[in-house]
Design a protein around this ligand. Structure first.
Ligand code: ADX
Length: 200
C-alpha cells in the first residue's frame, strides 16, 4: 500500500520549537547551575522554579541526585564518567528546551571543558550559566549529606574540591555566593536577568 503522508502531517512536519514556544508563550532556555557540592545549586534551582512557575512559566529541574538515580545510574565520579554524565544531561536539557521548557540544571560540572561541551550541545544563546561560588569552607561546614567528612576520612575518593578538581567559570552570566546572598535575594538577581530572555 502506498503511504499517505497527508494522513498524519504532524509526523512529516513535526512541530518546531517556535510553534511550541508560541503555544507556551515563553522562550525555551537552559539555566545551568555549576558549583561545589553543598554550594546551593539545587536549592536555588528549586526556588527559581517556584518563583517563575508563579509567573506562569513551565519548567523542569534536573539535578545530580535525581539524574544519577535514573538515566545515569551506571556512572560514577571519575573524570570520564562525569563527562558522560554531563553529555547525557546536556542532550536531555536540549530536548526539553527545544520544546520551549525552561530547564533548570544543577550539576557540579567541575571543569571548563565539561561546561563547554554542555554549552556546545545546548547552544550558546540557549544557555544561561549561573556560578554558585559559595566557598568550599562554607560547603564543608554545612556538609548537609556528610560527604565532605567522608571524603576527608578517605572513605570517598575523587570528591570535588577535596580530591578532585573544580575549575571556577570566568564567563558566568551570574555569580552567586550563597554565604552572602539569601535564597530570596539570589532569585531576584537571577530573575532580573533571566526573565527578559524567556518572556515571549
Ligand atoms: S558532576 O561532577 O558529574 O557534575 P553531579 O552534579 O552529577 O556531579 O553529582 C554531584 C552529587 O553527587 C553531589 O552533590 C554529591 O551529593 C554526590 N557525590 C557522591 N560522590 C561524589 C564525588 N566523589 N564528588 C562529588 N560529588 C559526589
Amino acid at each position: 500500500m502506498k503511504e499517505d503522508k497527508n494522513l498524519f502531517p504532524e509526523f512529516v512536519n513535526p512541530l518546531g520549537r517556535e510553534v511550541k514556544e508560541k503555544m507556551l508563550k515563553q522562550k525555551g532556555k537552559v539555566v545551568w547551575f555549576t558549583g561545589l557540592s553543598g554550594a546551593g545549586k539545587s536549592t536555588l534551582a528549586v526556588a527559581l522554579e517556584k518563583e517563575i512557575n508563579k509567573k506562569g512559566y513551565l519548567t523542569e529541574v534536573l539535578d545530580g541526585d535525581k539524574i544519577r538515580k535514573g538515566i545515569n545510574n551506571n556512572l560514577g565520579f571519575s573524570a570520564e564518567d562525569r563527562k558522560e554524565n554531563i553529555r547525557r544531561i546536556a542532550e536531555v536539557a536540549k530536548l526539553f528546551s527545544d520544546c520551549g521548557v525552561i530547564t533548570l540544571c544543577a550539576f557540579i560540572s567541575p571543569t571548563i571543558e565539561i561546561r563547554k561541551m554542555a554549552e556546545k550541545v545546548i547552544s550558546r544563546n540557549n544557555f544561561f550559566k549561573v556560578f554558585v561560588s559559595t566557598p568550599i569552607e562554607i560547603c564543608e561546614q554545612r556538609d548537609i549529606k556528610g560527604l565532605y567528612k567522608k571524603a576527608r576520612a578517605g572513605e570517598i575518593s575523587d570528591f570535588t574540591g577535596v580530591s578532585a578538581p573544580y575549575e571556577s567559570p570566568l564567563d558566568a552570566d551570574i555569580e552567586i555566593d550563597t554565604s552572602y546572598c539569601t535564597v530570596q535575594e539570589s532569585i531576584r538577581i537571577i530573575c532580573d536577568k533571566l526573565i527578559p530572555e524567556i518572556e515571549y
